[in-house]
Design a protein. Structure first.
Length: 242
């Protein structure tokens, strides 16, 4: 069984986004994931793993913060479930963010491009918790630099955060505006709609990209996590006892 561990949200669009991800995973693999929530929504992750012991649990998280290192392992303790790494720091996430950014730019005009980008992550105070956002910003900068449609001038790409870390997204936007940039895009390093996406929409940026969970690259990344975990478990089970 494949279990997707998600935070949960009161925003109906969040559940719809995760459902599209689950459908994409099923279309690629024939496996229908079960979704377990850490908060707000049902079923809870605890209920799901009790019903599906020894499942592979893929956390739909872009940072390596408290949820990945503390909350989810506590829920899985004693269930026999395998917890994979989260999704942050992977090339597939940067590709998804790049695709969403280009979609957001096209909404402003067919040939219009951002002259600066803020990669907006949720933010974590835990050491290493923001590495996924930082890595994604660096990868996005490289993708933009390699794209002839970007234009002749380098596009600054700055990581920033919605909570618990600096710089904040408003500060990053203000700094880029002070440097003379006028078409500043916010690339949402977020998986599903919710409180953070509502905040980004109200900051007055030139354009804001959509969340990432239902991008095809994310479905492929989740399946890769699942297949790696299953393979590792099979190898361990086949080892002779010492």
């Amino acid at each position: 069984m494949l279990v997707l561990a998600v935070h949960g949200s009161t925003v109906p669009a969040a559940a719809a986004t995760i459902a599209r991800l689950a459908s994409a995973i099923e279309a690629l693999s024939g496996i229908r994931p079960v979704v377990g929530h850490l908060d707000v929504q049902s079923p809870s992750l605890a209920d799901v793993v009790r019903a599906h012991p020894c499942a592979v649990v893929v956390p739909l998280l872009l940072g390596d913060g408290y949820h990945r290192r503390v909350d989810i392992p506590a829920v899985l303790e004693g269930t026999g479930c395998v917890l994979t790494e989260g999704l942050g720091g992977e090339p597939g996430i940067a590709l998804a963010l790049y695709g969403r950014l280009r979609e957001a730019e096209r909404r402003r005009g067919p040939h219009t491009r951002a002259d600066a980008v803020v990669v907006a992550g949720a933010g974590s105070s835990r050491p290493g918790g923001n590495a996924g956002t930082e890595d994604c910003a660096a990868r996005l900068a490289a993708l933009l630099a390699a794209d002839p449609d970007t234009g002749p001038d380098p596009v600054p790409v700055v990581p920033a955060y919605l909570t618990s870390a600096d710089p904040t997204v408003p500060r990053a936007l203000a700094a880029l505006e002070a440097a003379g940039h006028r078409r500043i895009a916010v690339a949402a390093h977020l998986l599903a709609p919710g409180r953070f996406t509502r905040t980004l929409a109200g900051l007055g940026a030139w354009t804001v990209s959509e969340p990432l969970a239902d991008h095809p690259s994310v479905a492929r990344l989740v399946l890769g996590r699942y297949e790696t975990a299953r393979g590792t478990r099979a190898v361990r089970a086949a080892r002779p006892a010492c």
